[in-house]
Ligand binder design. Sequence first.
Ligand code: C2E
Ligand code: MG
Ligand code: MG
Ligand code: MG
Length: 273
Amino acid sequence: QAKAAGRNALRFFNPSMQAKVMARTTLEADLRWALEHDEFVLYYQPQVNAQGQTLGFEALVRWQHPMRGLVPPGEFIATAESCGLIVPLGRWILHTACQQLVAWASQAPQDQWTIAVNVSAQQFRQTDFVAQVQKVLQKTGAHPARLELELTESQLVDDIPSVIDKMGALRDLGVRLSLDDFGTGYSSLAMLKRLPLNQLKIDQAFVRDMLKDPQDAAIIRAIVTMGESLSLDVIAEGVELTAQRDALLSLGCRYYQGYLFGRPTAQPTPCQM
Ligand code: C2E
Ligand code: MG
Ligand code: MG
Ligand code: MG
């Protein structure tokens, strides 16, 4: 029996898998080191209205690696999620974003700017997530109404009643809630109606193809209509072209984020248009 299991283990645990496990273990250890040694940085990308005025920024994490340079989140967030490191990393991200809000609080128009923070599934699932957010707000003294949390559809389908409770408690703290990458996942109109959201964020895939694919434009129009009927703001992300912005405006979408208005930068830089 044991021998058979041993043979199976050998058969399935081949050298290439071993290499993958090693790489993963190394990345986990590197991420732990990085968090302890302050190697993460937040970049900020402007979010604008139809007049091109900056209303706030999305905070996007990067890893300033001593050898690899600036590492994008796509290369480490999933691993940080699976090894649990996303919890302390997520807390650092929230804390850093709130400190930025406090730094702006004494002068106009910065004092009105918001910061949107991406919340990972694992982080949101923590039973004390609401308490964590509350603690960060208290510690930093950031104005809750300037903090927006971005959730994704996939993390809201788990256990809907408890998700709704949690979102309600966050709204009670005064923070804003936005549904990121909207349109790609599965959420019904009935479910959306029950969620205490402030904003829908149209996934950038629809924006990317909207000028050549009428179906993508139609989906955007439907999202805007849905947002209006549920009293939610609708923002489009991944806006790179003036023609996309114009088409979005004609579909009724009045908030935008994308390279057209500004790339993510280490120093929050408002849109210059
Ligand atoms: P997301 O939240 O949907 O963020 C938008 C992504 O689109 C960002 O990539 C941003 O740099 C990129 N982007 C912005 N404007 C444009 C544009 O005009 N064109 C194109 N092609 N791309 C644009 P980034 O920074 O690489 O982040 C990727 C994803 O990683 C994010 O998607 C988010 O899911 C995750 N992420 C980033 N920062 C954090 C964080 O602090 N915490 C967590 N949990 N996840 C994060
Ligand atoms: Mg986001
Ligand atoms: Mg997104
Ligand atoms: Mg995305």
